[in-house]
Design a binder for this molecule. Structure first.
Ligand code: PLP
Length: 356
C-alpha cells in the first residue's frame, strides 16, 4: 500500500519553468522582469536588522495589506497577502472547493490550476477558450452546470497573453453563482484591469503578484483583493505565518515606489512592441499580448519544438508547451532591448539554416 494519499501518488504535480544551472542563458522562459526592483527595496534590505528575526512576523501582515488596499480607498480587511500568488491560489482552492467538489478554469491557461484541483481531490472543469483565447459567452453556465464552486480566469491570460473584454468578464462574474477568481498576475503590463470588480461583486477575488511587474520573483509575495467576507474565510485557511518578516518589509518598500515599477513596465511594453514587429517581419504569427511575454508561431519552415531546442543551444531559453492549441507556438518573455536584439538575430540565423 502506498504511504501517500492515492490522489497524490496518481498525479505528476506542477512543472515550473526551468531555472537551469548548466550554463548561462538569456532567460526568457519564466516571465521574470529583466530590470532590478526599486532602489527603495535595496535600501530596506540593507537597513533590515537581523536581530528582529528572533520574533515571529506579523501573522496578519497588516501594514502590507493596508498599504496595498489604500490606493483603492479600501481598508486592510479587503486584502490578503500570500507567499507568492501561488500560495493564494492554494488557499483559494482549500477555502472554496470541497473535497469531491469541482474547480472550473480556462484552458489553455496557467497549468497550476488543475494540479490544485487534484491535490484537493476535486473534479476538473476545464472551459475551452475560443479561437482568440477569450472565455466563451457561456463560461458561467458551463461552470455552474458542472457544479463548480470556484471559477479561475486569468487576465491577461497565460500563456497566450490576451486580455478578454472587461464586459465579458463582468457578465461571467454576474452570472456565476460561486466564486470567480481573476488571476491578474500580468495586469500591470495591460491597458486596463478588473480590480474595481471586487467592490461591485461580492463573489469576485482579484489576485496580483510581485513576481513580474515588481521584479521580485525570488521574494515570494502575492496579494488578493475581495469583499471582507471572502477575505475573512481565506484568512482562516492560510498558514499562520505565511509571510516572513523580511518579505513584509521589502514588499512595503516596493509598494512605496510604484513609480519604479511603472517605469520598468513602460520599458517592457515598448520592447514588446519592437519584438512583435521584428518577429512578424520574419513570418511569425503573434496573437496580441497585454503581458510581459508573447506567444509566437514560427513560419512553416521550422516547428516550434525544434526552434525551442535550437534557441536553447544558442543560449536563449524560452518556453515550449507540448499541449493542445499551443504546441505550434513558443512563449517568449520580454527581456531588455539588447537581449531581444540578440534573440531576434538568433532566430534569424536559425531560420536561414533551416532554409526558412
Ligand atoms: C507567475 C504567475 C503566478 C504566480 O506568481 P507568484 O506570485 O510568483 O506565485 C500566478 N498566476 C499566473 C498566471 C502566473 O503567470
Amino acid at each position: 500500500m502506498p504511504l501517500a494519499r492515492s490522489a497524490i501518488v496518481r498525479i505528476a504535480g506542477y512543472t515550473p519553468g526551468e531555472q537551469p544551472r548548466d550554463r548561462r542563458y538569456v532567460k526568457l522562459n519564466t516571465n521574470e522582469n529583466p530590470y532590478p526592483p526599486s532602489a527603495r527595496v535595496a535600501a530596506a534590505l540593507r537597513s533590515f536588522d537581523p536581530a528582529r528575526l528572533r520574533l515571529y512576523s506579523d501573522p496578519l501582515a497588516t501594514d502590507l495589506r493596508r498599504a496595498a488596499a489604500q490606493p483603492l480607498g479600501l481598508g486592510p480587511e479587503w486584502a490578503i497577502a500570500g507567499n507568492g500568488s501561488d500560495d493564494l491560489l492554494t488557499i483559494a482552492v482549500r477555502t472554496f472547493v470541497d473535497q469531491g467538489g469541482a474547480l472550473a478554469y480556462a484552458e489553455p491557461s496557467y497549468s497550476l490550476y488543475p494540479v490544485l484541483a487534484d491535490i484537493q481531490g476535486a473534479a476538473h472543469v476545464p472551459i475551452a477558450l475560443d479561437a482568440r483565447f477569450d472565455p466563451p459567452a457561456d463560461t458561467a453556465a458551463q461552470a455552474a452546470r458542472a457544479r463548480a464552486s470556484l471559477l479561475i480566469l486569468c487576465r491577461p491570460n497565460a500563456p497566450t497573453g490576451n486580455a478578454c473584454a472587461r464586459e465579458s468578464l463582468e457578465a461571467i462574474c454576474h452570472d456565476f453563482p460561486g466564486v470567480v477568481w481573476i488571476d491578474e498576475a500580468y495586469a500591470d503590463f495591460a491597458d486596463d484591469n478588473c480590480l474595481d470588480f471586487v467592490q461591485r461583486f461580492p463573489n469576485v477575488v482579484v489576485s496580483r503578484t510581485f513576481s513580474k511587474s515588481y521584479s521580485l520573483a525570488g521574494l515570494r509575495l502575492g496579494l488578493a483583493f475581495a469583499h471582507p467576507d471572502l477575505i475573512a474565510e481565506m484568512m482562516k485557511v492560510k498558514d499562520s505565518y505565511n509571510l516572513d518578516m523580511l518579505t513584509q518589509a521589502l514588499g512595503l518598500a516596493a509598494l512605496e515606489d510604484r513609480d519604479a515599477m511603472l517605469s520598468n513596465v513602460q520599458r517592457i511594453r515598448a520592447t514588446r512592441g519592437r519584438l512583435v514587429a521584428a518577429l512578424e517581419a520574419m513570418g511569425f504569427a503573434v496573437p496580441p499580448s497585454q503581458a510581459n511575454f508573447i506567444l509566437a508561431r514560427p513560419p512553416r519552415a521550422i516547428a516550434a519544438g525544434a526552434l525551442f531546442r535550437d534557441l536553447r543551444e544558442r543560449g536563449y531559453l524560452v518556453r515550449y508547451f507540448d499541449l493542445d492549441r499551443v504546441r505550434d507556438y513558443i512563449r517568449i518573455t520580454i527581456g531588455t532591448d539588447e537581449e531581444m536584439d540578440g534573440f531576434v538575430q538568433a532566430v534569424g540565423a536559425i531560420l536561414r539554416q533551416t532554409g526558412g
